[in-house]
Design a protein. Structure first.
Length: 568
């Protein structure tokens, strides 16, 4: 049985991701003008000419969805073979408003050696690939208990992955902004502040009364609207608070307090996202503020609408705005690129994004200990919490733990926020999420973030974003980079040699592994991406103007950067 991780959990920091179903996603930046109509049919024509795996006459494409962001349109397809979808063969195409294909994220399979013929199949039929033998089988895909996606072949379980993710009227209500320790400027000091949800001097003095919009139906005020609805699903069975008056002034000892805290903070992040022009939050999510006895929260995308469960073990998760908004980050990511949170580094990116959303939001209210995440819920006897200022770098400190890896991404985003501010950073990372596909790596996301800046702002923040990503090892250091940067904390390298003249360059590959190299201009804009396994890879492009270009070469062993000075 093959296993994969698809966890959006807020904690479980000791969890280890299982082996991924698909090894990697190939990311290229064609920067080609779309010669067809900017619609699904036109993009399919482009892909069939662009991707070698689609030249087989047995292969086709099924449109999964199309989303629109301020930067352009984003098409997701699944490769088909003889009419059947190939499992996890997503192909994502991101096109800007000038009809330029900015990036292609390719999970396609080469099918020339396949010898299978679908006969009578069900609507759940898919083609599944044995990772070890690369053999293709016809199987069936099922969602079990809204929590697990399972592939069966000949009635036997072939592969599975968990889906659940382990974190109008004007009324008033009490909340924490963002948590009692932060606003009191205190630390835990090894005492049990949960106290079985009892009121304490600390929790009483740190309550804040806020105004917000809530539902009103048949004379009853309810904590729901078209975007957020509180429900009672999991144990303990606690029905969300309602009222005959527009006052939800609960204290911590009352279950209605967690209801108000969740509803308020989810709507604040939703309204902010909408104000930036993104439609990520224009969908409803259901949330259970008392969603299980475990000390853990999770986002569950298999339900319709998707749901968030906040655990009550230890400190009730719904009491900490960091937990509340981290899980909502998974919801935003899912809406931007549905069903793409597959693969160790892709799930690591999602955890880091959720931590960034939470940390950046909490800082609005108070900057005390803003290098910590889950200040109230974690960093205590219940669990260790996380940080958003880690010194870890990519890929040296990457391991099988997506929460560990996510700290590299959240630290990069917070460093960018420190310079350009929250609205600009949020816009860049939101736009980046529309471009995501399954199985991408963290350094792929770094280049998608740079490309989002190029697309949205014309590269206004390029040097800031480049520097902060470079400091985490997510992009290579170039000695004569256009930003004038002179140092990097750590730069991974691949055993490659680079030879150039005024018209071409060659990369000498002694690794016997595939090389993917990206070419960028002096402003950091992507020109082209090429993948080859040849021992000597020669590149020439007479259409490029004379200028200084940067070449980023990647193998499974590391990354190297080179400069190419092209003459006329």
């Amino acid at each position: 049985m093959l296993l994969s991780s698809y966890a959006y959990s807020q904690k479980n920091s000791d969890a280890i991701a299982a082996a991924d179903y698909k090894a990697n996603c190939i990311v290229t930046f064609p920067k080609l003008k779309l010669q067809t109509e900017n619609n699904a049919e036109g993009v399919m024509q482009f892909l069939k000419a662009y991707l070698p795996a689609l030249t087989n006459n047995n292969c086709g494409l099924h449109l999964n969805y199309v989303t629109t962001s301020p930067g352009g349109q984003h098409y997701s397809f699944t490769q088909t073979y003889k009419g059947l979808e190939i499992y996890q063969a997503e192909i994502k195409v991101n096109i800007d408003r000038g009809n330029v294909v900015r990036s292609v994220l390719d999970n396609s399979f080469t099918t020339d050696s396949w010898n299978i013929t679908p006969t009578e199949t069900t609507s759940n039929a898919v083609i599944a690939i044995d990772k070890k033998s690369n053999e293709a089988y016809i199987g069936e895909k099922h969602i079990e208990n809204f929590a697990t996606e399972v592939i069966y072949v000949n009635g036997l379980k072939f592969y599975e992955r968990p889906l659940n993710c382990f974190a109008d009227s004007i009324v008033t209500g009490n909340v924490f902004l963002p948590d009692p320790l932060t606003t009191a400027h205190q630390q835990y000091n090894n005492i049990d502040l949960d106290s079985s949800d009892k009121n304490t001097v600390l929790t009483n003095t740190q309550l804040r009364t806020v105004s917000f919009k809530a539902g009103f139906n048949a004379g009853v005020f309810e904590l729901q609207n078209q975007f957020v609805r509180l429900i009672d699903i999991d144990s303990p069975q606690i029905v969300p608070a309602t009222g005959s008056t527009p006052a939800f002034l609960f204290n911590r000892s009352q279950s209605g307090f967690e209801d108000v805290n969740v509803f308020y903070h989810l709507n604040k992040v939703r309204d902010h996202t909408d104000s930036l022009g993104f439609d990520l939050a224009n969908h409803q999510v259901w949330a259970d503020p008392h969603g299980g006895y475990n000390d853990n929260s999770y986002f569950a995308p298999a339900f319709s609408p998707p749901r968030i469960f906040y655990g009550i073990g230890g400190i009730d998760d719904a009491e900490d705005a960091d937990v509340v908004t981290h899980e909502y980050g998974h919801f935003l990511s899912y809406n931007a690129a549905p069903n793409s949170n597959i693969g160790l580094e892709r799930t690591s990116l999602d955890e880091g994004f959720g931590d960034y959303i939470a940390a950046a939001y909490s800082r609005i209210y108070d900057s005390y200990k803003d290098d910590l995440i889950f200040n109230w819920d974690g960093h205590n006897q219940y669990w260790n919490g996380r940080v958003v200022n880690t010194g870890k770098v990519y890929p040296t400190n990457v391991n099988g733990n997506m929460y560990n890896n996510g700290e590299i991404w959240s630290a990069s985003l917070m460093a960018i926020l420190d310079v350009i501010g929250k609205p600009a950073t949020d816009s860049l990372i939101y736009e980046t999420h529309y471009s995501y596909a399954s199985n991408i790596n963290m350094d792929d996301a770094a280049y998608l973030l740079l490309d989002a800046d190029s697309n949205l702002t014309g590269g206004a923040y390029h040097c800031v974003v480049y520097e902060k990503l470079m400091n985490r090892g997510l992009v290579p250091f170039f000695a004569n980079n256009p930003c004038g940067l002179s140092a990097i904390k750590e730069t991974p390298s691949a055993p490659l040699s680079f030879v150039q003249n005024g018209h071409s360059f060659a990369i000498i590959n002694s690794t016997e592994a595939d090389i993917t190299f990206d070419i960028m201009d002096i402003n950091g804009r992507f020109i082209e991406s090429v993948t080859s396994s040849d021992a000597i890879i020669r590149y020439e492009n007479s259409s490029l103007p004379a200028a200084l270009y940067f070449v980023r070469a990647r193998t499974k062993n590391g990354v190297s950067g080179f400069k190419w000075s092209k003459a006329q």
